[in-house]
Design a protein around this ligand. Structure first.
Ligand code: MRU
Length: 345
């Protein structure tokens, strides 16, 4: 996969491959100001928790680049822009994690000149981007212990290169398997309503010549019953201290189905997606999105006018349904407050 997040310091711009248009067309969305970044995050030009984190880092760089150092209030203005970036998609913890890192770097020298802060942040944002890719690759290698040549995994949403700095979490494990010379078959659940599975997972795996087949979300049970699935492998948006995991709406359904069919259910996520300050899934904020995403398909209304709909973007899978977490620091199994702390700390 080519790099889909491109920041240029010289040009003070951030180019994002517009995921709303994939796979039909490859168009770039240009961010020059923080409000462009907010729009890109909320409208899902870019999505996927680790990718949101990487973009949040570059968003802070754009915030600094577009702040006027002659204004005596520049620090307050910058802080306000950073809070907007951190909160643009509330369930994913990665933007908060990255903005907090940028803040901590700034806190080492609160009297720093704005131009020096810009240099420091540009370097840090690029470092966070590279770290994310490196963590994905390590996670991919660690995940190989759970798969085998010829196995078939069911995935949900898109937890691939497009959802991260590059490479992928759940799909990173599949990429690592391919690099090891294995043939792993991927069933991509279509993922209503935004269709991240049908559009994005299929697009990036097809491009990389990885065996992928799209299934309607509601085909998952029958595919498991017919032995078409050996394991479920998904990503995460936020993992609470006890292992309860928020991910794309429909993930919880798959965990329940996997449990009934006695199939393993794996979550691949970098340590930056673990939020040890959040005790359990009940405390994870769940994003609700505009109704039109459910009431319309490709711009055409599919529900009667005036009928209300649910559009929760995420659900929470209880830790008890998760067989293992795959992280860059190692496998965590079985998930519990203690096993999570011992691997991550
Ligand atoms: O609404 P999205 O597309 O941002 O949701 C993305 C997911 O749920 C992913 O599974 C998750 O962020 C992990 S991506 C590596």
């Amino acid at each position: 996969m080519k790099r889909h997040i491109r920041y240029s310091r010289e040009d003070a711009s951030l180019l994002l491959l517009d995921q709303r248009r994939l796979p039909a067309e490859e168009k770039w969305f240009v961010c020059r100001r923080v409000r462009d970044v907010e729009q890109a995050l909320w409208e899902m030009v870019v999505r996927g928790a680790p990718a949101l984190g990487v973009v949040a880092g570059y968003g802070c760089c754009l915030a600094a680049a577009t702040t006027d150092e002659t204004d005596p209030q520049w620090r307050e203005q910058l802080e306000e822009k950073m809070s907007r970036i951190a909160g643009a998609r509330p369930t994913a913890v990665n933007p908060e994690y990255v903005v907090e890192r940028m803040r901590r770097a700034w806190a080492t020298d609160l009297e720093i000149e704005l131009d020096d802060l810009r240099w420091m942040w540009d370097r840090l944002a690029a470092e966070i981007h590279s770290e994310d890719i490196a963590a994905n690759k390590a996670m991919g290698r660690n995940g190989l212990e759970l798969l085998w040549d010829g196995c078939s995994v069911l995935t949900h949403c898109n937890a691939g290169a497009l959802a991260t700095g590059g490479y992928g979490t759940a799909l990173g494990v599949v990429r690592a398997a391919k690099s090891a010379g294995w043939n792993v078959r991927v069933v991509a659940g279509e993922t209503r309503p935004f269709l991240q599975g049908a559009r994005l997972t299929a697009y990036e795996l097809w491009q990389d010549d990885i065996d992928v087949r799209v299934a309607c979300d509601n085909a998952a049970a029958v595919l498991m019953q017919r032995g078409e699935v050996d394991a479920v492998l998904v990503g995460a948006d936020r993992i609470a201290a006890n292992g309860d995991t928020a991910n794309k709406i429909g993930t919880y359904n798959l965990a329940l189905l996997a449990s009934w069919h006695k199939l393993p259910f794996y979550v691949a996520a970098p340590s930056s997606t673990f939020d040890l300050d959040t005790a359990s899934g009940e405390d994870i904020p769940i994003e609700t999105r505009p109704e039109h995403e459910v009431t319309q398909m490709a711009g055409t209304r599919i529900t009667p006018r005036g009928v209300p709909v649910y559009n929760y973007a995420f659900d929470v899978t209880p830790a008890g349904l998760i067989s293992a977490f795959i992280t860059e620091k190692g496998l965590i199994r079985p998930p519990s407050r203690e096993t999570i702390r011992s691997v991550l700390e």
